[in-house]
Design a protein around this ligand. Structure first.
Ligand SMILES: NC(=O)c1ccc[n+]([C@@H]2O[C@H](COP(=O)([O-])OP(=O)(O)OC[C@H]3O[C@@H](n4cnc5c(N)ncnc54)[C@H](O)[C@@H]3O)[C@@H](O)[C@H]2O)c1
Length: 250
């Protein structure tokens, strides 16, 4: 089956982490040229060294909260290589577990700046080139916390991901007529370094409620992102796909 992504250029943020790396690997396996973007250089180098087609990939150390640096990077890729036709926004941070009445303004702003403003920065600059080209696929990694609200005293995280969901739907309406699909994935708990510090009793309690009876793996999300980046999902836009083992129903 032709996924219609071979030879295209993709930008994947958070590619030094668990979910972004999985998505980059699936895309690269289908001969997409992948720009692996992250602030974690070591994570990026490690991700690159495990790709199936390393000559079809490049690492870029970039802070997605830096509006001008994001613009410069994307414009440079569009001008000197090719217009990125796939954008995956997987960079994100979880933040501390804190009740709202003890949550610092600084921490709240930091989480929103990375998860929401960072996603905006990437879409803002990539979509300009996609619109000129008349085609593109944007996949945002949100969270079920953005759908249901946080169960873990992470209101800042949930608010930022709720923002990503709303941004996804709004931008999907704007860009649909321009040939660009914009969708999001809302993962449940996925085994990456993001949940490494989650207390084990919290993990156990959560695990017991998952209908599919296991914590998710990065590839569970990676496969769905591949689907949303490909020709298989051409008639879908503005959708939020829960990849959560069914926990959202609990
Ligand atoms: N793991 C989970 O349980 C889970 C659940 C729901 C949603 N998510 C979301 O999935 C996405 C990927 O998370 P993950 O689980 O792979 O975690 P991860 O920590 O393994 O990866 C996140 C990556 O984002 C990068 N990053 C952070 N700030 C950045 C910035 N300013 N600029 C560029 N890169 C930056 C980090 O360096 C890291 O490599 C995140 O958006 C996260 O919120 C994760």
């Amino acid at each position: 089956m032709d996924l219609d992504i071979s030879g295209k250029v993709a930008l994947v943020t958070g590619a030094g982490g668990g979910i972004g790396r999985s998505i980059a690997t699936y895309l690269n396996h289908e001969n997409t040229f992948v720009y692996l973007i992250d602030i974690d250089k070591k994570g990026l180098d490690d991700a690159l060294s495990n790709l199936p087609n390393q000559d079809q990939a490049k690492v870029m150390t970039l802070d997605i909260t830096d509006y001008s640096a994001v613009q410069e990077t994307i414009d440079d890729i569009a001008l000197n290589h090719a217009v990125p036709e796939i954008l995956i926004n997987a960079a994100g941070v979880a933040g501390l577990t804190t009740p709202i009445y003890e949550l610092d303004e600084e921490d709240f702003n930091r989480i929103v700046k990375i998860n929401l403003n960072g996603t905006y920065n990437m879409i803002r600059h990539a979509s300009l080139h996609m619109v000129k080209k008349g085609r593109g696929k944007i996949v945002n990694i949100a969270s079920i916390a953005g759908v249901t609200g946080s169960n873990l005293f992470q209101s800042h995280y949930a608010a930022s991901k709720g923002g990503v969901i709303s941004l996804t739907r709004s931008v999907a309406k704007e860009l649909g007529p321009k040939g660009i699909n914009v969708n999001a994935i809302a993962p449940g708990v996925i085994e990456t370094k993001m949940i490494a510090n989650m207390e084990s009793d919290k993990k156990k309690e959560y695990f017991s409620k998952i209908p599919i009876q296991r914590i998710g793996k990065p590839n569970d999300v990676g496969k769905v992102a591949l689907f949303l980046s490909s020709d298989l999902s051409t008639y879908m836009t503005g959708q939020i796909l829960n990849v959560d083992g069914g926990i959202v129903m609990a």
